[in-house]
Design a protein around this ligand. Structure first.
Ligand code: ADP
Ligand code: ZN
Ligand code: ZN
Length: 743
């Protein structure tokens, strides 16, 4: 007998190839089965989407190619995973195959069945040896008391209890240092201990963080807590910094259920997790959850969707097995309200942050998410006091205000640490000639190359173009070319000089170190730098945003932000939200040890101390800040009160990019829902040219998500046609960005 499976393969949305391709097979292949199929001259990996018993219309047996091979060692990808992928593809306007295949580890394409079988066997063996130590279904073994860390604070206990019975996505609104991670750990423990029926997958938990490398402590805490209970392979990581074999191993472990906990970055949201019962999105406001290439998905939003899909499936499975299921309470009410009967099954999702995204905050205000607040710091430590330095009253040309430097000197003398935050790496953002006005522009981008003094280079941070610093002005020969503005390298140098006479309690000189993308480029250097900071060998750490994220340095009592102003007046309407989050997060690094917290301070140098953002920051009053911002957004019909998408175009010339966009807009007349859509004229991006590619975009707005979605789908064929218009000649690519983070 012959079957006709529909197979999705990695075809980009714009290739014109349909969502799935028909093949022939002697076997009835279950949906989700991984196969290798011929495509053109190659053989590619594909996922069976469905399997027909009749040949597709208009095709004969001879016209279809046969499936080359089946990856038969692997269980098929389940229906929930396929539903997630399908949703992501539709919502973000990409092809099914592109999203599906991007979610699979690249190495899966290369391995033979024999190699695959060997890997699986190795993992199964490891899993088997730990079976004996795993709590069984019948009798969950009591945990060794030591592995459960601290006694929970009242706030943590309440949050955990509420999470347990939550009927909606949970927004864990916890101050920095309130012990959110401990809540994640406990919730994970509860889920993993849950007994599952014979033959079903063991329960699993997905924990996502913005950048895993920046939070080695988190991984350590999960391993320490769970490996003794569930075995050495029970915790795996999934992020783009891993080698292909590592990624494959983690993915396989998650897919087969060997791994019980997956710690990962945004890509992990699409991992196959058959026993998924809990998802954590830590620092849920972080922009890195939104992908900036390929399918531009938001891992946070997909996690919320995935929880819904998993919950629905769990419930219908429960009902299928039980002819008289307990009626479930309606959403929003307590799960175990009174009856004392079988607890509700669901897959929980927890979004954690001290400064939630306005989208999530709004959802909580509306009651769509359950907000759980943990305002206090563990151990009762105080949040740092905000000190604004009015730069209008500082000596002319001062980069660091004298009172700030004095305060730092005092801390160092007491054996405490300081952190200085600056959003620019390198020595100076521009090198300039004061005679003729030459500036270190990049030849390939509409941007300046940054001066890096350490290796005396000019480097473009957009395209990577790097040259030695010229001896003299390339235009007029003037020898006096000078840096303009300041980057982390310069602040480091400057601070070392300013603090040269300061002594640590041990009599040694103050030590200043820098941490940014340059200093951590080499493998392992980040870990070394974090360790030096933890050990107390460094007194002042200068760096970019990366130093503000998640680190639990115990002896920091002063954090300073030296040039926050640019974000106050940025054209991007999300800039204030980001600045507030960054400053709160940075402040959260200070005073984490309650013993030092009373004296801990956050210093902000600004030319605009009267700016209302600082008033709410001073009170650590995120709710007030969010309320202000949401009022503004509501008035302007901006997200979360309106919905946006961007159509982006890259081309050889700016004219071609804009022509493509504007023609696409003109040709959208008459499309479904067009009357509910506002299309703005095409504009160049802020950095218009990168690596000799001209970039432009067009903003699409709608008052309803549904209208936007349907319009965008209907618009796709028009976009494909507009590619070949004569005035769009030179167009390289286009992409739709749904719910864009930056306009
Ligand atoms: P957050 O993620 O909210 O910033 P963490 O979970 O990192 O906070 O907790 C901050 C510090 O407090 C960590 O060092 C953690 O080990 C500690 N901690 C968390 N919960 C407790 C508790 N209940 N008792 C004592 N210490 C705790
Ligand atoms: Zn010159
Ligand atoms: Zn460049």
């Amino acid at each position: 007998m012959t079957f006709w499976p529909n197979v999705v393969v990695a075809t980009p949305a714009h290739s014109g190839v349909g969502a799935s391709l028909s093949y022939r097979s002697e076997l009835l292949l279950a949906p989700g089965t991984l196969v290798r199929v011929p495509l053109g001259q190659r053989e590619v990996l594909g996922v069976v989407w469905e399997c027909a018993t009749e040949p597709p219309e208009g095709l004969t047996e001879a016209q279809t190619k046969a499936v080359a091979s089946v990856l038969d060692g692997l269980p098929p990808l389940n229906a929930r995973w396929r539903q997630l992928v399908k949703f992501a593809a539709q919502y973000y306007q990409r092809s099914l195959g592109e999203v599906a295949l991007a979610a699979l580890p690249p190495q899966l394409r290369e391995l033979s069945n024999e190699q695959l079988a060997r890997r699986l066997k190795r993992q199964a063996k490891a899993a088997h040896t730990l079976k004996t130590t795993t709590p069984t279904d019948a009798a969950p073994a009591p945990a060794p008391a030591a592995s459960d860390g601290h006694d929970l604070s009242d706030e943590q206990r309440q949050a955990l209890a509420a999470l347990h019975s939550a009927q909606a996505p949970v927004l864990l609104f916890g101050a920095t240092g309130s012990g959110k991670t401990e809540v994640y750990l406990r919730a994970t423990r509860e889920v993993l201990d849950t007994a599952t029926p014979e033959g079903s997958s063991p329960t699993q938990v997905l924990v996502m963080v913005p950048e895993i490398n920046l939070t080695p402590q988190l991984e350590a805490r999960f391993r320490e807590r769970f490996e003794p209970l569930y075995g050495a392979d029970s915790v795996v990581c999934l992020h783009s910094g891993m080698t292909p074999p590592q990624r494959l191993n983690s993915w396989l472990a998650a897919h087969t259920g060997t791994a019980r906990i997956v710690l990962g970055t945004r890509m992990a949201v699409l991992a196959s997790l058959p026993g998924l019962r809990l998802m954590v999105v830590d620092e849920e406001h972080d922009p890195s959850y939104k992908s900036q290439e390929g399918a531009r998905y938001s891992a946070r939003d997909l996690a919320v969707y995935r929880a819904k899909v998993e919950t629905e499936a769990l419930r219908s499975a429960g009902q299928a097995g039980d002819p008289h299921p307990n009626p479930l309470p309606p959403a929003g009410e307590g799960a175990e309200a009174g009856t004392g009967s079988e607890p509700d099954v669901r897959c929980h999702v927890v979004l954690g942050s001290a400064t939630p995204s306005l989208e999530s905050w709004h959802a909580a205000e509306q009651g769509r998410y359950l907000r759980l607040a943990m305002p206090g710091r563990v151990g009762g430590g105080a949040l740092p006091r905000l000190r604004l330095v009015d730069m209008n009253h500082q000596p002319k040309g001062a980069v660091l205000a004298p009172p700030l430097v004095a305060a730092m000197a005092e801390r160092i003398a007491r054996g405490e640490q300081c952190m200085v935050l600056l959003n620019r790496r390198g020595y100076a953002p521009v090198l300039a000639c004061h005679d003729c006005g030459w500036k270190s522009a990049c030849a390939h981008c509409s941007a300046y190359r940054v001066f890096h003094k350490l290796d005396r280079t000019l480097r473009c941070h957009h395209c990577g173009f790097t040259e030695r610093v010229p001896r003299a002005c390339p235009d007029c020969g003037n020898l006096d070319i000078a840096p303009v503005g300041r980057g982390t390298e310069q602040i480091e140098e400057h601070l070392s000089a300013l603090l040269a006479d300061v002594r640590r309690p041990d009599g040694g000189p103050a030590r200043v170190a820098r941490m940014d993308a340059d200093s951590t480029r080499l493998k392992g250097s980040l870990e070394v730098q974090l360790a030096t900071m933890h050990s107390g060998a460094v007194d002042v750490l200068v760096g970019t945003q990366m130093i503000a994220k998640g680190h639990d340095f115990r002896r920091i009592t002063l954090v300073a932000s030296v040039n926050a102003d640019s974000a106050l007046f940025a054209s991007d309407y999300r800039a204030p939200e980001r600045l507030f989050a960054l400053l709160m997060q940075a402040a959260g690094r200070a005073g984490r040890d309650a013993a030092h917290s009373e004296a801990s301070e956050m210093w902000v140098q600004t030319w605009y101390p009267q700016h209302p953002l600082f008033a709410t920051l001073k009170k650590h009053d995120y709710p007030a800040f969010a309320a202000e911002q949401l009022t503004e957004r509501a008035q302007a019909g901006m997200p979360p009160y309106g919905y946006q998408a961007l159509l982006r175009a890259d081309a050889r010339t700016q004219a071609a990019a804009q022509a493509f966009l504007n023609r696409a807009a003109e040709h959208s007349q008459g499309l479904p829902y067009r009357d509910q859509i506002t299309l703005y004229p095409a504009v160049p991006l802020t950095i218009q040219r990168v690596a000799n590619v001209e970039r432009a975009q067009l903003l699409v707005e709608a008052a309803s998500r549904g209208a936007l979605q349907r319009f965008l789908s209907a618009w796709q064929p028009v976009l494909l046609q507009c590619r070949s218009l004569p005035e769009a000649r030179g167009l390289i690519r286009f992409a739709v960005d749904v719910d864009p983070l930056a306009i």
